[in-house]
Design a protein around this ligand. Sequence first.
Ligand SMILES: [Mn+2]
Length: 330
Amino acid sequence: MKERDWTPLKKVILENTSFVLTTHINPDGDGLGSEIAMAELLKTQGKRPKIINCSPTPLNYSFLDPFKEIIVYENAKHRSLLEEADAFFILDISDWGRMREIGNYLKNTTKPKICLDHHQSTVAFTDIDYIDPRVSSTGELVYELLESNGVKLNRRMAEAIYTCILTDTGSFRFSNTTPRAHTIASRLIAEGVNSNRIYQEVYEQNSESKIHLLGMILQNLKFECDGQLAWFNITQKMLEKSKASIWDTEGFADFPRSIRGVEVSLMFSELEDRKTKVSFRSKGHVVVNSIAMRLGGGGHEFASGALLEYPLHESNAIVLEETRRLFNCN
Ligand SMILES: [Mn+2]
């Protein structure tokens, strides 16, 4: 792989003092881990980083932020923080809309913006893009940057980047689990990362209500196309009954893929505003992001999603029709 040219990024760091780092709505392990590691890097260079996200940190990632430094953005309260910053890091996302109000501000500011991301994208996003779908995670890019700076990793950096790779590869199961992802993970463990503790922090924090919800979903799984397609709905009623929140559904989309014969699974989430979120997962033989993109969404070949402006049952019909076509079974 050609050595990445970090010069433009390093120049922005050198020439500025205060930075705001952000990631996508409903931040995940990779978004949050990248922010923490990048903030640590900036601190080692005497800079002032602030992490500001448009939604709160899920409970199972709170270990990454023990001092509660991450700010959850409120326009009235935090707008000035954006205005006072010299430059911006946008991590794990290249879509203004998925940063809500922060995205609105960033889109229009002329201050330097740098994007590190690994989602497929065809158009330039910021002034300085490091967008590479070949890496396992945004954290892997941050690791590369740290290496190229010759930074000695501290514990927080190491744990943060390990979390990025662990979560974005689905615990080293997904097709983005490259030799490089393992190599970095191995180095981080050698640096003292406790992989067992991080696994417990991330994956063994399920609430009772989440497991209740999972139970309801499993009872309502639907199979089509000779069992190659599995799908389910998460309705507002189910959330109410189980006392779970939409945050609790993280990871559910992957679940039906574990069933023998299932090639593609779909998770439909009924949102409060009569819109529907659909998540596509594929075992790796059928590309699913083409459908997601046609519906205005995006993502990886085998894991993607879209937000539909239709209520649940209409969305079911639209997406299922498209998906059945992948198997010639409509
Ligand atoms: Mn990611």
